[in-house]
Design a protein around this ligand. Structure first.
Ligand code: 13P
Ligand code: ZN
Length: 271
């Protein structure tokens, strides 16, 4: 049996275990049909000399642009066409570790196997480049397909700036407390495209940690993958309360402006 880079690297293994745990939740929640969704984590902090000296498993591949802050960085990436439910059991067979080359325009796969990274790599890597340029401590990015939020993105009225943020915050106090920057909106763009990557950064730069990709899914960033997942989970809880109320035949009243302001003051929230 081939050796894994996780052997004798307990800190890196713990990080990949979190990715596997979240992948299992995504499947259980019904947000990860077939190969739906992807995860990347900047693991450069755990890249010791041994890992850095690993040879490439195949030819360098373009990352679709130049991302200067990623030079020499290492990422764990879900594999394209791989299933979250499989990744939850075998993260290193359904994802791989890549190294960004010194030209900041190509990557190579170094471990454990030559699993081709996700088709959403342009968005993930552009976002990591953006986060590093801001000196952010965030290391993880998550794209997933939460049913209720995707459904809400089919309603034009919900797509205007911060309409959904206000609605979702007002469904239950915790949503504003644990997703205090709200939900950005990215208009529909082709999955995997550089245009989608650019629009995602534009929206994140308006100070959101989670953005909704119209008629597709969400993209979230966090200090680690658990934090990114928790924010999406919290927003989905609100969406479910809204949906549940509507299916019981009434429009939910929502918390009042004054109650939301009181939350912001008590929890020292930015908005
Ligand atoms: P990948 O299997 O390439 O990660 O794609 C899944 C997806 O959700 C694309 O948006
Ligand atoms: Zn998707």
């Amino acid at each position: 049996m081939m050796q894994s880079i996780l052997e004798n690297r307990p800190a890196l293994e713990a990080e990949i275990r979190k990715v596997a745990e979240v992948a299992g939740y995504l499947w259980q929640k019904g947000w990860a049909e077939r190969n739906g969704g992807n995860i990347t984590v900047n693991i450069t902090a755990w890249a010791d000399e041994g890992l850095r000296s690993l040879p490439a498993l195949q030819e360098p591949q373009p990352i679709g642009g130049e991302l200067p802050y990623l030079k020499g960085m290492y990422f764990y990436c879900k594999g394209t066409n791989k299933r979250m439910r499989d990744l939850s059991r075998q993260p290193m067979q359904n994802g791989s570790v890549i190294r960004i080359l010194d030209d900041a325009a190509h990557y190579e796969i170094i471990a454990d196997e030559a699993v081709k990274p996700t088709s959403e790599l342009p968005s993930h890597l552009s976002v990591h480049n953006y986060l590093l340029s801001k000196g952010s401590a965030y290391t993880a990015s998550l794209h997933t397909h939460p049913t209720e939020l995707v459904a809400m993105s089919h309603h034009r009225e919900f797509l205007a700036k911060d309409v959904l943020t206000q609605l979702l915050w007002s469904m239950i106090p915790e949503t504003k407390a644990f997703c205090p920057k709200g939900l950005g909106v990215v208009p529909y763009l082709l999955p995997g495209s550089v245009e989608l990557a650019e629009a995602t950064i534009r929206s994140l730069s308006e100070n959101y940690d989670v953005v909704l990709w119209e008629k597709h899914g969400v993209f979230a960033v966090g200090e680690d993958i658990m934090e990114a997942f928790d924010m999406v989970d919290t927003l989905v809880k609100s969406a479910q309360i809204y949906q549940c109320s509507r299916s019981m035949g009434f429009v939910p009243e929502g918390m009042s402006e004054a109650q939301l302001r009181e939350m912001s003051a008590a929890f020292h929230l930015p908005k």
